[in-house]
Design a protein around this ligand. Structure first.
Ligand code: ADP
Ligand code: MG
Length: 236
């Protein structure tokens, strides 16, 4: 059985795309993993996964101009479905087709990770959350981010989507993350999966167009992502 996760957060820039690719690589040791750039308006997973030259993308599939197998690429031990970056591609894409795409991918994989748009203010933004079995909430350990994350949880729950856990990201050394995590967990329906440190390696990896776990497999942030993958307890 496949399990579908939406990697979600209230705000942009929290690290959803970085985390989708990193969790995907960490889980790929144990499962057949497919990562999908479901942030079809501001897609940039391709820049994190060595696919900036991809000719056919999810936009083409959602526009009914290509079959899904034309937009899947084997990279870093995962199956990757990148999305295009053009405004025209976004305009022509029908977000409702994402369900069909995910159902097709589900036949051949154990885990699907949907890199999701931030916020809850459009159909495109909420569709991955509605479609997923569970969400992974990516948060910086601040009160506004936690408050936004709670809204995402409430929305997910209202559609019957569960909460796999919280991934704290860009955590600075001076932040008392254990205390923050303990307090935050009281309000969330899932555990803390890991706290990913603020990491120059993560920024470098993005600039290099490679996943963090390929660029700097031994760094602290990569190790934290592996712990998060261990904590995820995939139902597959
Ligand atoms: P989102 O998908 O939520 O908008 P991204 O994954 O694109 O966020 O990350 C936004 C920026 O933050 C990118 O430049 C990325 O390299 C950087 N980033 C992500 N995680 C970390 C981290 N742990 N430490 C430092 N920079 C990070
Ligand atoms: Mg993103």
């Amino acid at each position: 059985m496949v399990e579908v996760f939406a990697v979600a957060s209230g705000k942009g820039g929290t690290g959803k795309t970085t985390s989708t690719v990193a969790l995907g690589m960490a889980l790929a040791d144990r499962y057949d993993v497919t990562v999908v750039d479901a942030d079809t308006g501001m897609a940039n997973l391709l820049f994190h996964a060595g696919l900036s030259e991809a000719e056919t993308t999810l936009h083409d599939v959602l526009a009914d101009d290509a079959a899904i197998d034309e937009a899947t690429y084997e990279r870093f031990g995962m199956t990757v479905v990148p999305c295009g970056t053009s405004l025209d591609g976004f305009r022509d894409a029908d977000p409702a087709r994402l369900r069909e795409v995910v159902a097709t991918l589900a036949a051949d994989t154990d885990v699907i990770l949907l890199d999701s748009p931030p916020a809850l203010d459009s159909r495109t933004a909420v569709l991955p959350i509605v479609m997923a079995d569970r969400i992974v909430v990516v948060l910086q350990p601040t009160i506004p981010a936690i408050s936004d994350g709670l809204k995402v949880q409430e929305y997910a729950t209202s559609y019957g989507t569960g909460v796999a856990g919280i991934l704290f990201n860009k955590v600075r050394e001076d932040e008392r993350i254990d205390d923050v995590a303990e307090k935050t967990e009281r309000y969330f329906d899932g555990p803390t999966l890991a706290a990913i440190p603020e990491s120059e390696r993560a920024r470098e990896a993005r600039r290099a167009g490679r996943p963090l776990l390929a660029h700097a497999a031994d760094c602290d942030a990569a190790a934290a992502y592996r712990r998060a993958a261990d904590a995820l307890s995939v139902d597959s």
